[in-house]
Write a protein that binds this ligand. Structure first.
Ligand SMILES: [Zn+2]
Length: 213
């Protein structure tokens, strides 16, 4: 079990890594981790490449700011996931290019907006619902996420980007990277005939690896 200080350092390290690889340009994206006495979140207008572990925002379960810098304006989207998904210990939200590009496509399935094209997408991300577009800061977004968070570890926000939870911070990071790579594959394959995994193959991943599909 990590101490709060170790978790703070890990958030800064993962932020640096995501930023260095171009997955969180500017001040976009945010990272949070559940603690025993609330949760930690990256501050508003912070660059993930340059986080101060001691100044991360600490927030309670009502969304009240307890310490550190002012929390990200997107705090309510994290709270919606934690409140409805007890197994979620950490969340990463990005505006990463390929996932954001897919989120702008017209005609996506709202229940499963990226098809099961690889087993790793099925295992690490699972079935990915699309949340309709909401103006930034609109609390209706939290309601829409709340309805889906119990059943889904990850959701894609239309014209915006992915929100991915995990049993710890590394799992959430690996899952959002898998999502980003699969979004890239989906765009590379756009207009071509795709052979997706069939129902039996997905069932095998559910039984063997506990995939949520
Ligand atoms: Zn966002």
């Amino acid at each position: 079990m990590k101490t709060e200080n170790q978790i703070r350092d890990q958030i800064a390290e993962i932020g640096r890594s995501l930023y260095a690889r171009g997955l969180s340009p500017g001040s976009s994206g945010n990272i949070s981790v559940r603690l025993d006495d609330g949760w930690l979140l990256t501050p508003t207008n912070s660059c993930l490449g340059n986080l101060d572990p001691g100044m991360l925002s600490k927030v309670d379960w009502n969304g009240k700011h307890l310490s550190g810098d002012k929390p990200s304006k997107e705090y309510f989207l994290h709270l919606a996931v934690y409140s409805n998904r007890p197994s979620a210990q950490a969340i990463v939200h990005l505006h990463s290019t390929y996932s954001a590009a897919v989120s702008c496509l017209d005609g996506l399935s709202s229940e499963s907006c990226i098809p099961p094209i690889t087993p790793y997408f099925v295992m690490r991300v699972g079935r990915l619902p699309l949340i309709p577009y909401f103006r930034p800061g609109d609390k209706c977004l939290a309601q829409a996420i709340s309805k889906l968070a119990a059943k889904h570890a990850a959701v894609l926000l239309a014209n915006h980007g992915p929100v991915v939870s995990g049993k710890d911070l590394n799992s959430a990071m690996y899952a959002i990277e898998e999502l980003e790579e699969t979004a890239k594959l989906m765009l590379l394959l756009n207009g071509q005939r795709i052979r997706t995994l069939d129902e039996n193959q997905i069932q095998g991943l559910r039984e063997t690896f506990g995939a949520e599909w």
